[in-house]
Write a protein that binds this ligand. Structure first.
Ligand SMILES: [Zn+2]
Ligand SMILES: [Zn+2]
Length: 278
């Protein structure tokens, strides 16, 4: 089993309203289930529903949480992620040390009074912290003897960010969000995502927004760069992700129509969508 599920696809801020019902408003969170192993990519508000699902079917919850970076749209859901507050859960966090703080120090700083009633150090779940960098290659073997290989890669984003490529038995998915995709860095990313079965890509902006001075330095990409990368790297399926907070369902579907003219196997990330890779 190699199952990928979208729990939150919105960027920057969660959103809600009749114009956003179809693609939903929770921020970044994707689960990857490989046999009995649960890998979680980012902890935006989408992780809240994932936590409730895990409490039903995977109790006690054992999961590895890979954080791309610590902007709120990628960690805020931890505050309501039930397994974190449940005594017998085993949660292993992976992420980069930043601004002279380890991953553990960063999360302690994030969850503490007066911003939250309790501090990270008061949690009774079993928590392990792994500081990683782009040079690490994380591997483990599942109960069914599948070798899982996880390769991080730095992307250009304010404060830095990690993409993750997960490979199992020759099938692979890449989580590539919060990513200013510059033309002179295109080729290394072609190599990184080459022949992958599923590419989840930061399509926060339109091309016009991307070149608008208002958004200079925000560190996001747009769908035309996504389709070019998918074509150049022989990607099987492209998922446009990190939808701009105020992008309506109708606007997203217009983007999808344009993207499919360039790369037919393009989809919009939508909460509840599910991709079986093995
Ligand atoms: Zn983000
Ligand atoms: Zn960010």
């Amino acid at each position: 089993m190699f199952d990928v599920k979208i729990w939150g696809a919105r960027g920057s801020m969660a959103t809600y309203g009749t114009d956003y019902i179809k693609y939903s408003g929770n921020t970044s969170c994707v689960s990857v289930e490989i046999d009995e192993r649960v890998i979680i990519l980012d902890a935006g508000t989408g992780i809240i529903n994932l936590g409730n699902y895990l409490m039903e079917i995977h109790k006690p919850v054992k999961a590895s949480i890979f954080l791309s970076h610590y902007h709120y749209d990628h960690i805020l859901g931890l505050l309501s992620f039930v397994p974190l507050f449940t005594k017998d859960s085993e949660l292993t966090f992976f992420g980069e040390a930043k601004y002279d703080l380890t991953l553990e120090e960063t999360l302690h700083k994030f969850m503490q009074p007066p911003f939250f009633p309790i501090g990270f150090s008061q949690l009774t779940s079993n928590i392990i912290f792994n500081n990683i960098t782009e040079t690490d290659n994380i591997q483990f073997v599942t109960a069914n003897d599948h070798l899982v290989n996880i390769i991080p890669k730095n992307t250009k984003h304010p404060g830095g960010n990690l993409a993750y490529k997960i490979t199992v038995d020759g099938r692979s998915m890449v989580y590539l969000t919060d990513f200013a995709h510059y033309d002179d860095e295109h080729q290394p990313f072609v190599e990184y995502v080459k022949n992958c079965d599923l590419l989840i890509y930061d399509a926060n902006f339109t091309k016009e927004e991307y070149h608008n001075k208002q958004y200079a330095g925000w560190g996001h990409s747009h769908w035309e760069k996504a389709t070019k990368l998918a074509n150049d790297a022989n990607v099987k399926k492209l998922i446009l992700f990190h939808h701009k907070s105020d992008r309506t369902d109708a606007e997203l579907e217009e983007i999808l129509r344009g993207a499919r003219e360039k790369f037919i196997n393009t989809f919009l990330a939508k909460e509840g969508d599910h991709y079986q890779l093995l």
